[in-house]
Design a protein around this ligand. Structure first.
Ligand code: ZN
Length: 562
């Protein structure tokens, strides 16, 4: 007894030590408002785990963003998509903090950036200032919060990364995020995995009905199964003061009291983030838009977030034996939700067989697949798929359907089109598009070499050639040709393209480059007169906007300023 107690103490102590080895008072809240999260670390997103905390900014932009600790600005990355306007601070203790979707930078840093943007004549830019160039104190104003890049509403994306640029759960560093609510279980599924395995007389995935109990836990009706099976769970967490469905911190499962599975959202690397598609039931997500996390590990899965697994989390259910499988879902604050699943081992000779989906195209995970139609070919290299799979591939004259987006693809496969039937002048306007479920064409980066067009993609679906002969549209927003606009702080223009999409834009005034910031979400280009690059009274604006096949609109207008 004494031995068991001291062992328990040792385990508890070492767990605490591991957590305490992270600095707890080093990083401060980068905002002046209390932290309320719209997104947690490790949350399941499209093709990636969320790498930071999404901190709410009272539904508005322009909140002051402060350095979370002293250090120096080590990277400034401005992109149309992704993090939008992002700032990185390197700290003396070896960690890096990241601030994303910013509206604008604080004056000192902005000045440094503007110089470089004008030198490069580009809004999109990536800079790595040297130590000492842009030092900041803890709590110093570094930026204003915004909604730039791939952001669905105003918030601050905040990350803490380790020395290998691996994002870590920033909540582990003592940032206070109130949460007294238990995780929510949205769905529970059983998977027959072995060739002869079955669950409730079927070899197909089974949705189990959750039965809530008075003590806040869940159970399900007894599951009858035999052979190798696994489970999957759809779960989210809600924090205090927010309606958002966020990610949980830990999921554990045990069988008859022994732990068989664990996953912890504490840290990961960007190299592994796309393997999220192996954690979730991708096919279920494709058809139901709900992410079920598999509580067992599939082959070729390098995710580092798994803890102790026994038999990769799979259960071997034997006839005539009883089992109790228990899932415990925990949020960062330790609020937990338990689901108990009674399993009865029972061989059945009346089982609904797994659907056989054999096609002409068996793609191997290791060797890939080549397929050829008359004018179109598909090349899937080895390592693109996680598991061998029969693919449905259908060629027509100018379209190929490469399966459905129900199987995850890890690395690019190539689709090639022979365009020799099209006259040269028509080819210029053609591009390869992926058709959405509703048939809307989305530009897929198209490489053109003589008669052959190719594209690389990581999404299965329908691909076809589309012709775009219309140049982008340009429309002034806050001025008109010939106007006096001395009191304007900005020059705003809307740009849009009907089919292939905007590729490039370049604005000059009186022949000199002016910086315009592009925000794709509202199709707007903005120049800030505070850049102080315009000195004349009479100004000739020339804006050239090009779409992805090269159609160009050259817009000119005159404006006056004093
Ligand atoms: Zn975020």
């Amino acid at each position: 007894m004494k031995k068991a107690t001291s062992l328990l103490f040792l385990i508890l102590f070492s767990t605490l030590q591991a957590q305490n080895s992270l600095p707890q008072d080093y990083f401060s809240n980068p905002l002046d408002v209390p932290i309320v999260l719209a997104g947690t670390f490790g949350e399941l997103r499209s093709n990636h785990f969320h790498s930071g905390l999404d901190i709410k900014t009272q539904q508005r932009e322009g909140l002051e963003v402060k350095a979370s600790a002293a250090g120096y600005v080590s990277r400034i990355n401005f992109q149309h998509y992704g993090y939008g306007k992002a700032l990185y601070i390197q700290h003396p203790n070896g960690y890096t903090t990241v601030y994303g979707h910013l509206q604008k930078l604080a004056p000192k840093i902005k000045e440094y950036l503007r110089k470089q943007q004008y030198a490069k004549e580009s809004y999109e830019i990536e800079l790595f200032p040297e130590p000492g160039e842009l030092s900041v104190e803890q709590g110093e104003l570094i930026a204003y919060s915004g909604n730039t890049g791939g952001s669905g509403g105003p918030h601050l994306h905040f990350e803490i990364r380790d020395g290998s640029q691996r994002p870590m759960n920033a909540q582990m560093f003592g940032l206070e995020v109130p949460d007294s609510r238990k995780p929510i279980i949205q769905g529970l599924f059983a998977y027959p995995l072995g060739d002869d395995a079955h669950v409730n007389n079927s070899q197909a995935r089974q949705k189990l009905n959750l039965i809530p109990l008075n003590d806040g836990t869940y159970t399900v009706n007894q599951v009858e199964a035999c052979g190798e099976i696994g489970f999957g769970i759809s779960t989210v967490d809600q924090l205090d003061g927010a309606y958002n469905h966020n990610g949980v911190f830990r999921i554990e499962a045990n069988l008859n009291g022994d732990q068989v599975f664990e996953i912890d959202f504490d840290k990961f690397s960007f190299a592994e983030t796309r393997h999220l598609n192996q954690l979730i039931d991708y096919e279920y997500y494709a058809n139901n838009r709900s992410r079920v996390q598999k509580l067992f590990k599939t082959p070729n899965n390098p995710l580092s977030i798994y803890g102790n697994l026994s038999e990769e989390g799979k259960l071997n259910i034997k006839d005539s034996l009883d089992y109790q499988y228990t899932i415990k879902v925990t949020d960062f604050k330790g609020n937990e939700r338990t689901v108990r699943i009674p399993i009865k081992g029972q061989i059945s000779d009346n089982i609904k067989k797994r659907e056989q989906k054999a096609t002409d195209y068996l793609a191997s995970a290791s060797d890939g697949l080549s397929a050829k139609g008359e004018k179109i070919d598909v090349y899937i290299p080895g390592g693109s798929l996680y598991e061998d799979a029969y693919l449905d591939i259908n060629f027509t004259d100018d379209m190929v359907e490469v399966h459905k987006d129900e199987i995850p693809v890890h690395k690019n496969f190539t689709i090639g089109f022979d365009v020799s039937d099209y006259p040269a002048e028509e080819r210029e306007y053609l591009f390869i598009a992926r058709l959405s479920d509703y048939g809307r064409p989305n530009y897929s980066t198209t490489y053109k070499k003589g008669n052959r067009f190719t594209t690389g993609t990581r999404t299965f679906g329908k691909y076809t050639l589309v012709k775009d002969t219309t140049a982008p549209q340009v429309r002034p927003v806050n001025f008109y040709d010939g106007q006096w606009i001395s009191t304007n702080e900005t020059l705003k223009v809307k740009i849009s393209d009907d089919l292939s999409g905007i590729d490039a834009y370049r604005a000059t005034v009186n022949g000199k480059f002016i910086l315009m910031e592009y925000e794709y979400k509202n199709n707007t280009l903005t120049h800030y007169f505070s850049d102080n690059v315009l000195t004349e009274t009479e100004n000739d604006l020339k804006l050239i906007v090009t779409d992805n096949v090269g159609n160009t609109n050259t817009y000119t207008a005159k404006f006056f300023r004093k």
